[in-house]
Design a binder for this molecule. Structure first.
Ligand code: SAM
Ligand code: SF4
Length: 464
């Protein structure tokens, strides 16, 4: 498999794009507004901007682009860790094998079902299932079984998991075929750092030490028939400008080779973790202002991709970056296997890293509703086969927006009827009324009103 990240090329691009003129920056901002994306040279220029006024212009353009493609909905999900055993030794992670003080936990099938029931009783419909990386077939078999259990676990009031994305170690093509058969949504995997030397230092042992095996995982996933893949870089390990260009090169590679770019791009930032030297003192810390620009530039360069933000970030940072391009968020998360069952217990001795946002799902929903976003539990595209190229054909010209908005409002109403606290319900119902009023097309408004009435009468899982 060929290597498509060339460190020297990226470094040269960053060197030649330094100190851009304001007119060049504005030219690129205007081009991004055409929603066709940006090349690495153009993205490099935006990353080099220091002037606060120009930076504001970048953020405002990114905000408009996100709204043009996806509207103002934010899709909600929860991570579900099944095991924290790991044979790798990533220097930034609490699950690393040299962390002898971590309490090792692998959930039983009943414990997994219990975690799912708790998440369903909070209102979650989408999961991201993950685990540490363990050698051998047995651990992978258990993970596949865990997916089946999660899909099969139902609770009253229509509680069910409708889409499971997964984040597990890179597989060979056979392994990816098994994930596909297990009906996963997106296969997510972070390269962590695209910079070869830093990668070598950060991953001293185990299968993960192999940069190329990880880099080419998405190629194998797509060859195995998984057509929604999600990439990401762990910000704080190396120069963030390099990582953004690495992510864009990866996106372009997939688009050119398969005609489908990444379904999502994640932007995790290093958080403190138990006995993980690189997390306790990040080698290249990223400031909140730079973090916002990272999100904005990716949004402008790859407008069609979903962008994911996790509870690693504090509420105030989350509010800022939602505005400039994030379209999917986790809420009410735990990073210790069994964490939903045990509440906060175990967070200290079994968790992967510390969280910046520890609010409940309902508190997050209330907050984002008040900020004018539409919380969404939509899983329509995946269930109607709008995945891979079919999804991109709708997302690239901005046509997915009309589905997203209607489905977001319907699933939001389900949440308000079934799970919301009194205050969230009051704020939410007001927002839904306003959204109906703002729906310009008569046909869409009538459809929305009719479906919302059906939901209020007890029907569930309506989507278009
Ligand atoms: N073990 C698999 C792997 O490494 O890809 C599955 C997922 S791992 C549990 C999820 C991700 O957490 C990693 O890819 C890494 O980017 C992130 N992570 C690890 N340590 C972290 C830390 N201290 N702060 C923030 N994110 C971290
Ligand atoms: Fe294991 Fe993944 Fe943590 Fe690395 S990041 S130590 S592979 S769980």
């Amino acid at each position: 498999m060929e290597e498509f990240i060339n460190d020297g090329d990226i470094i040269e691009l960053l060197d030649t794009s330094k100190n851009p003129s304001p007119s060049r920056v504005r030219e690129i901002i205007a081009r991004a507004g055409e929603l066709k994306g940006l090349g690495p040279e153009e993205a490099a220029v935006l990353l080099q901007v220091e002037d606060p006024e120009l930076n504001d212009e970048i953020c405002s353009a990114a905000h408009d682009i996100k709204n043009a493609i996806y509207g103002n909905r934010l899709v909600m999900f929860a991570p579900l860790y099944t095991s924290n055993y790991c044979s790798n030794n990533c220097l930034y992670c609490g699950f690393r094998r040299d962390n002898r003080t971590l309490k090792r936990v692998a959930l039983t099938n009943e414990e997994i079902a219990e975690e799912v029931r708790i998440l369903e009783s909070q209102g979650h419909k989408r999961l991201l299932m993950l685990c540490g990386e363990q050698k051998g077939r047995k651990a992978f078999d258990s993970f596949i079984e865990a997916i089946e259990i999660a899909y099969g676990t139902m609770t009253d009031r229509g509680g069910e998991i409708r889409r499971i994305n997964v984040e597990v170690a890179p597989q060979d093509i056979e392994g990816f075929k098994r994930l596909k058969q297990a009906n996963i949504g997106t296969y997510v995997l972070f390269q962590e750092t695209y910079h070869h030397d830093t990668y070598r230092i950060m991953h001293p042992a185990g299968q993960k030490a192999d940069y190329l095996w990880r880099l080419t995982a998405m190629d194998r996933a797509m060859e195995a028939g998984i057509d929604d893949v999600g990439i990401g870089a762990l910000f704080g390990l190396y120069d963030y400008k390099f990582e953004v260009l690495g992510l864009l090169s990866h996106a372009m590679h997939l688009d050119q080779k398969f005609g489908v770019g990444p379904h999502t791009i994640s932007v995790p930032r290093l958080e403190p973790a138990l006995n993980a030297p690189a997390a306790i003192k990040p080698p290249n810390p990223v400031s909140d202002a730079d973090f916002k620009r990272i999100v904005a530039v990716i949004r402008m360069a790859v407008p069609y991709t979903g962008m994911i933000l996790s509870t690693r970030e504090r509420p105030e940072v989350r509010r800022e970056v939602f505005k400039v391009g994030i379209s999917q968020i986790s809420a009410g998360s735990r990073t210790n296997p069994g964490g939903y069952h045990s509440g906060n217990e175990g967070m200290d001795d079994a968790a992967q890293f510390n969280l910046g946002d520890t609010r409940t799902l309902d508190e997050v929903i209330l907050d984002i509703s008040q900020e004018g976003h539409i919380p969404s539990f939509c899983t329509a595209c995946y269930r109607l086969g709008r995945t891979g190229k079919d999804f991109m054909d709708l997302a690239k010209p901005g046509l997915i927006r009309k589905f997203c908005r209607t489905n977001a409002i319907m699933t939001y109403q389900e949440y308000l009827s079934d799970y919301a606290s009194e205050e969230t319900k009051r704020v939410g119902e007001e927002l839904v009324r306003r959204l109906i009023g703002e729906t310009k097309k008569d046909g869409t408004r009538k459809l929305l009103e009719e479906r919302l009435a059906r939901i209020k009468n007890g029907e569930r899982d309506l989507y278009i």
